[in-house]
Design a protein around this ligand. Sequence first.
Ligand code: NAG
Ligand code: NAG
Length: 279
Amino acid sequence: MGPIKAFRLALIQLAVGEDKLENVKEALRFIKRAKENGSHVIALPECFNSPYGTKFFPKYAEQIPSGQTSIALSEAAEENQVYLVAGSIPEKDGEKLYNTCTIWNPSGELVTKHQKVHLFDIDIPGGIRFKESETLTAGKKLTIFNTDICKIGIGICYDLRFDEMARLYRKEGCDLLLYPGAFNMTTGPLHWELLQRARAVDNQVFVASVAPAQDKNADYVSWGHSQVVDPWGKVIAKTEFDEAIVYADIDLKVVDDVRQQIPVFGQRRTDLYDTVRRD
Ligand SMILES: *[C@@H]1O[C@H](CO)[C@@H](O)[C@H](O)[C@H]1NC(C)=O
Ligand SMILES: *[C@@H]1O[C@H](CO)[C@@H](O)[C@H](O)[C@H]1NC(C)=O
């Protein structure tokens, strides 16, 4: 028998409210449920312990790994014997705040963390204004971690729009890219699935996204629609707006098949791309 090449992934589309402790408790309940249904890797949404919005970040921020959310996550990963990709929380590090995803192994150890690299800054005159960079600092590194079965690359929300980042993860040997995120009601329907299918097809990897459930009364209304795309670009599991767990059985043989049948990475013409040619 060869090495195990498949595992069950669970995405927890959590309903997030203003009570931090309740948000964390709800996450723990769902982690337990996902484990009971055989999940090996469990992911939470972006900003799962706090409402999404720059005005909330300073108040909800915690240190990692000494804060109460980190402590609860570490215990949950160990108790349930799972890899936990803990969406994101506002992180306080000295005077700075980050939008940070923590990753825990089945021993309850912090494997690594991803601080959102591309901050979401938008200011349309007469329209929406949202500037993460007014409160947050951008992360300075890409984040890859190893489970016992595959390498996973992490991005947070807006990071999904940057194809170079996904390309780098593929080059570093990732088979799955995981993006906690929360698109809104304009960009969600237009871009959320499209971007994930694009990242998946271009790089021949699985791509999963996990968003908070929709709350129509929130300052920022999430599109929800947590989903998993396979390396063919096919959506293999998804949900809509409400609180839910999305399960997908990730079969890494599919990655090998696609890469063998459509060997684009071996056929790249870097001799052309690296020079601009004008005839
Ligand atoms: C367990 O996961 C499978 C998919 O892998 C899903 O079809 C089923 O509904 C889940 N069961 C429960 C109780 O959620
Ligand atoms: C969502 O964000 C986009 C920019 O990313 C903006 O153009 C749009 O107006 C926003 N939509 C809503 C409903 O807030």
